[in-house]
Design a binder for this molecule. Structure first.
Ligand SMILES: Cc1cc2nc3c(=O)[nH]c(=O)nc-3n(C[C@H](O)[C@H](O)[C@H](O)COP(=O)(O)OP(=O)(O)OC[C@H]3O[C@@H](n4cnc5c(N)ncnc54)[C@H](O)[C@@H]3O)c2cc1C
Length: 437
């Protein structure tokens, strides 16, 4: 090649090659774009990026913790959440404060590397006062002692979990309508707004009470318990606040009797989350929409009509609350409705698997489910998800049964005519059996 400009020679050879490559690339791009434009939205999504193997429905405690654990194991996933943003959910309508237990909720946080963050937000000074409907205080527990069941506001737990999952793994404002198995065995997730995403090898229903994945495993739907919780708040600026503080302190106050409950819990910002539990027809919230909007009138109706035979020491917590009301009709799954079989490609965690009326265990079991599922997925690898589900469900369904049975017993204690007699017996038995509550 002497006498020839080496670079010019290379350039003259390369140019046609480059031109061909460029033209091939452009043709490919045009074919790709026209294919994409002619496809429905869902398939478009899958061409844009590789479908992760796992779809998690719901960014509640169970869905987020599962995401956190999978992320730490470098297993890809996507979370679909119906709330439009992190800010829009779990505000004051959440469940107030949650206590996390050793061996379940706390263990799950520890395994997820979140225990230190949790401890910064958690409260360990949480006395429990139990009174009857006459306002007579029967028990004060753990006063001025560190509890082994630390409490955290529900919204703090969620924001802690949210911060622990990469932001791009959560799709907000996406309400799942249906989950289906495709002919090739992969799973498709269909959205209420239209469109779907396909090609998942596992869909995990972490979408709570009305899970859209549950019907693949059981035809059962949650049954109404006959009871509602109506929740409100007492803020530090409330003139009644100092009286609430005397009664509830830094922990929880529960009064019960005659088939009803009045309770208050201290939140992280110092305010009190109050709730009244009572028997109402299932359709009550629809038939009383205007009353629910009118908090002052609802307070009056509750105190004068539903809790008229209660001591004012208790009902003052309702009468003097200053927030709007949030109404929770309480639903649960029955033991008989739990699935008898496993199905490849889908499983459930948390309330989706074993919804119960509140019993103090729900979030703990939800977090523990996710820990157990993540451990099985990591153990078997993302290529063997069906094996992982099988093993996970082998211990999860018996746990679900236990959770449902335990909640039924506790709720009967809370709402018994002679409450809190049963609860006090349970405490006494627990203490005789080694201090377990
Ligand atoms: C009034 C009340 C008080 C409670 N108090 C306690 C307590 O003191 N202690 C305790 O342990 N437990 C308590 N619980 C129960 C506890 O809150 C639940 O057990 C726990 O939150 C379950 O977590 P999860 O992640 O399984 O479901 P959830 O917390 O219900 O989260 C489900 C997530 O899925 C999303 N979602 C739902 N449907 C769809 C859909 N179709 N598409 C996409 N996303 C969807 C929801 O927006 C939500 O973010 C209480 C519950 C209630 C109602």
């Amino acid at each position: 090649m002497s006498g020839v400009n080496h670079n010019a020679f290379l350039a003259s050879c390369m140019r046609p090659m480059l031109r061909r490559r460029l033209s091939d690339a452009l043709n490919f791009r045009n074919r790709y774009l026209s294919t994409i434009r002619s496809l429905p939205k869902a398939t478009t999504t899958n061409l844009r990026s590789m479908t992760p193997p796992i779809a998690i429905l719901g960014a509640g405690p169970s869905g987020l913790l599962l995401g956190r654990l999978l992320n730490r194991a470098n297993i890809d996933f996507t979370i679909f959440e119906r709330d439009s943003s992190a800010m829009s959910a779990w505000g004051r309508d959440g469940s107030g404060t949650l206590d996390l237990h050793e061996g379940s909720g706390l263990l799950a946080l520890e395994e997820a590397g979140l225990l230190d963050v949790f401890k910064k937000k958690a409260r360990y000074d949480v006395p429990l006062t139990i009174a009857n409907m006459d306002g007579k205080i029967l028990v004060k527990l753990d006063e001025n002692q560190d509890t082994d069941r630390p409490e955290i506001d529900r919204r703090d737990l969620r924001s802690m979990l949210l911060d622990s999952v990469p932001k791009d793994r959560i799709q907000w404002g996406v309400k799942v309508e249906q989950v289906q198995q495709e002919l090739d065995g992969t799973m498709a997730v269909h959205f209420a707004e239209g469109g779907s995403e396909t090609g998942f090898r596992l869909v995990v229903g972490a979408d709570g009470a009305w899970s859209k994945a549950r019907n693949l495993l059981t035809p059962a739907i949650p049954e109404y318990s006959g009871r509602y919780y109506l929740t409100s708040a007492i803020s530090p600026a409330n003139p009644f606040y100092s009286i609430a503080e005397c009664l509830v302190g830094t922990g929880n106050y529960m009064s019960m009797g005659g088939g009803r409950v009045v309770a208050a819990m201290r939140l992280g910002d110092g305010s009190y989350y109050t709730f009244a539990g009572l028997s109402l027809p299932e359709a009550w919230r629809h038939e009383n929409a205007a009353l629910i909007e009118d908090a002052a009138r609802l307070r009056e109706v509750l105190v004068k009509e539903h809790f008229a035979d209660w001591a004012t020491a208790n009902t003052d917590l309702i009468a003097n609350s200053d927030g709007d009301f949030y109404v929770w009709p309480l639903y649960g799954l029955s033991v008989g409705s739990l699935p008898q079989r496993s199905m490849p490609g889908v499983t459930l965690v948390g309330d989706a698997a074993h919804l119960t009326p509140p019993s103090g265990e729900g979030v703990n079991v939800a977090l523990f489910d996710s820990l157990q599922l993540a451990q099985q997925i990591v153990k078997h690898g993302a290529h063997s998800l069906d094996r992982a589900i099988e093993e996970y469900e082998r211990s999860m369904w018996p746990r679900a049964r236990e959770t449902i049975e335990d909640a039924a017993v506790k709720n009967e204690m809370f709402f018994a005519e002679d409450a809190p007699a049963g609860l006090l017996h349970a405490f006494t038995d627990g203490f005789q059996n080694g201090g377990e509550k």
